[in-house]
Design a protein around this ligand. Structure first.
Ligand SMILES: *Cc1c(COP(=O)(O)O)cnc(C)c1O
Length: 354
């Protein structure tokens, strides 16, 4: 199978292999990874390795805190403003897709939100540029890669206010100065591992400024104080995440995977650009390297090509239910061969249809 699913998504074969073995017998201990205590040396070693691999791969400053939390990226939509935004203060948000819209809705529960720019006017098919970010904003929030709409921000915005980013669908896929962000979050199920855990990288200096009382499980300071073990962490999801990070390191880290990711995206976009039957609504300069969206104008032909994909062992290639069409997710673990296989089908289909 060629798995283009948008999330949960493909992981390296060797990660599946190692995770399976650990379910039956972790490290020749006679016990499954699923039945050992989380406060054991064995699990603590897994957690610490995952955290230090994140630091190493992202080249983070020593002071950055790395947390692995429950609740997915959607919990961060409200946990961020709960911890960072006072009731009378304002946070700046960029509205450039479905996920960003959800983050804005949640932030409004805690304080004022200034939507500094939006690409809603053209169905989120581009990334707004040249907008001002008020200097007194508590923080500026944006989504680095719009998983559903297929756009990606290719530069970090210039601003003096703390930067907060949802990197769920492009984290660890390309080099970036991660140290410029006050807070980064990402659900694991796209580029880091299995569903059930959420990576949060943050600066302690932005915490402790809100007046509202925080439930312990929602308070980043409590998680930091307890070394990301405030309660039972998602043990298995963290283990899979650690294995995936090890795999990424063995592939030359972010620099190594970025080269491959660029090659995969170039092949798909070059194929799309060469065939008039297919078209992508996304502005050229904002095209995502991770999620490629496109359509076939004639609905009958669209159905026909979907059928051809199915017959040729392609999986997870349809667009999000809100937008339709096609979406190919090219996450880190997707092999180049899968991209060759589907682009060959696209070219052959176009030739057949003249
Ligand atoms: C998938 C996704 C989410 C939602 O993640 P959950 O873990 O399901 O909450 C949020 N933001 C982006 C950019 C995503 O791609």
């Amino acid at each position: 199978m060629h798995n283009f699913n948008s999330g949960p998504s493909i992981l390296p074969r060797e990660v599946f292999q190692q995770a399976s073995e650990a379910i039956l017998d972790y490290n020749n201990s006679g016990l499954s990874i699923l039945e050992i205590g989380h406060r054991t040396p064995a699990f603590e070693a897994i957690l610490h390795e995952a955290q230090s691999l994140v630091k190493e791969l992202m080249q983070l400053d020593e002071a950055k805190k790395v947390l692995l939390l429950h609740g997915g990226a959607s919990t961060q939509f409200f946990q961020v403003p709960m911890n960072l935004l006072n009731e009378n203060a304002t946070a700046a948000y960029l509205d450039c897709g479905t996920w960003g819209t959800k983050a804005i809705k949640e932030a409004k529960l805690f304080g004022h939100v200034d939507v500094v720019a939006s690409s809603k006017d053209r169905n989120y098919s581009y990334i707004p540029k040249g907008y001002p970010i008020p200097g007194d904003a508590a923080y500026f929030h944006y989504t680095t890669n719009n998983t559903i709409e297929g756009t990606q921000m290719h530069a970090v915005p210039e601003t003096n206010v703390p930067l907060v980013a949802d990197m769920s669908s492009d984290i660890l896929s390309a080099a970036m100065d991660f140290n410029r962000f006050a807070l980064i979050y990402a659900g694991a199920q796209k580029n880091i591992g299995a569903a059930g855990v959420n990576l949060v990288v943050l600066d302690e200096s932005v915490l402790g400024k809100v007046q509202r009382p925080l439930p312990s499980m929602m308070d980043y300071r409590e998680h930091i104080k307890n070394g990301s073990m405030l309660n039972t962490p998602p043990v298995f999801a963290i283990f899979v995440c650690m294995l995936t990070l090890r795999w990424l390191k063995s592939k030359g880290g972010i620099a190594g995977i970025e080269t491959l990711n660029r090659k995969k995206a170039a092949l798909v976009y070059d194929t799309l650009d060469a065939i008039s039957l297919f078209h992508t609504p996304v502005a050229k300069e904002d095209r995502s390297l991770m999620n490629v969206v496109f359509r076939v104008d004639d609905p009958a032909l669209e159905k026909e090509f979907q059928q051809i994909c199915r017959e040729n062992n392609m999986y997870g290639f349809t667009g999000h239910r809100s937008v339709g069409g096609f979406r190919l997710s090219l996450y880190n673990a997707l092999p180049y061969e899968s991209v060759v296989a589907i682009t060959d089908l696209m070219s052959a289909f176009a030739k057949k249809k003249g």
